[in-house]
Design a protein around this ligand. Structure first.
Ligand code: DKA
Length: 134
């Protein structure tokens, strides 16, 4: 179930995110803003199982709506146009984005009441931690 991810989460730490963005191919100017930004991550699910996932910040707000295991089109904060699928794997919410023959995964899990987002691109890994706000 995705229930444990539901709510508003505020980012409190971000490790190796600049290297992750470089691996994605994000340019210098956007990386500077990305490194400074502390987004809120907001997840809701309706009674049909439609999940709404939003990343909200002064830099950019992005929102996707999807059902688990169903492919959808996503435009990311750095303007990649990806084919995305989100699944649950051992309690982790795993978002796989593919574009231009490349692939990255964003794995989110709740550990000790915190939401931990592990961003992987090749052998580059960034970890971002969020605490529950509401
Ligand atoms: C997260 O904290 C991961 C967000 C990944 C965004 C990648 C592109 C950022 C470009 C500013 O949920």
């Amino acid at each position: 179930m995705v229930d444990k991810f539901v709510g508003t989460w505020k980012m409190v730490s971000s490790d190796n995110f600049d290297e992750y963005m470089k691996a994605l191919g994000v340019g210098f100017a956007t990386r500077q803003v990305g490194n400074r930004t502390k987004p809120n991550f907001i997840l809701n699910v309706d009674d049909q199982g439609l999940i709404c996932m939003k990343s909200q910040s002064t830099f950019k707000t992005t929102e996707v709506k999807f059902k688990l295991n169903e492919t959808f089109a996503e435009t990311t904060a750095d303007d990649r146009k990806t084919t995305t699928v989100v699944s649950l794997d051992n309690g982790k919410l795993v978002q796989k984005q593919t574009w231009d023959g490349k692939e990255t995964t964003l794995e989110r899990e709740v550990i000790d009441g915190q939401l931990v987002a592990t961003c992987k691109m090749g052998d580059v890994v960034a970890v971002r931690t969020y605490v529950k706000e509401a």
